[in-house]
Design a protein around this ligand. Sequence first.
Ligand code: SF4
Ligand code: SF4
Length: 150
Amino acid sequence: MELLKKVAFLDLLKGMKVTLKTMLKPTVTVHYPFEKVEPRKRFRGIHALKLNPDGSYRCEACYLCAEMCPSNVIDMEMTEGKDGKKELVDFTVDLTRCLFCGLCVEACPRDAIVMTDIYEFSKYSPDKLILHKEDLLELGRYYQRKEREK
Ligand code: SF4
Ligand code: SF4
């Protein structure tokens, strides 16, 4: 029986049957980067800082997100505003060490820090992967625009 199988190339024919069946199915491969991938709903891309409707910062520099971050990649500088409240001077997220775990988002009591669906952010220099306040606010505007369009 073994000899017959070998002579008749039965195993090869079995394999070819699987190949032929697969060839007739529609392809699922995406030709990235020429075709873009639509991220899943719960995908966690790069961070953003949201603004209030009047354009003021939503973040109150409470430092909770930074405390919660397991990689210690969030940092911020603050000053005392005219009204005596804390005012954000800078806010940085170092993407080179970020785990994209989303704990910072969960910790925020003001819903100020969010994660966008942006997954294309590779850069030639690691310095460019440190996001500052203005970058994060710009990303926040993008995030909030997309939220309104939904
Ligand atoms: S996603 Fe996780 S690792 Fe990245 S900044 Fe937030 S808490 Fe830190
Ligand atoms: S983003 Fe949220 S948790 Fe982080 S400092 Fe601002 S208000 Fe606090």
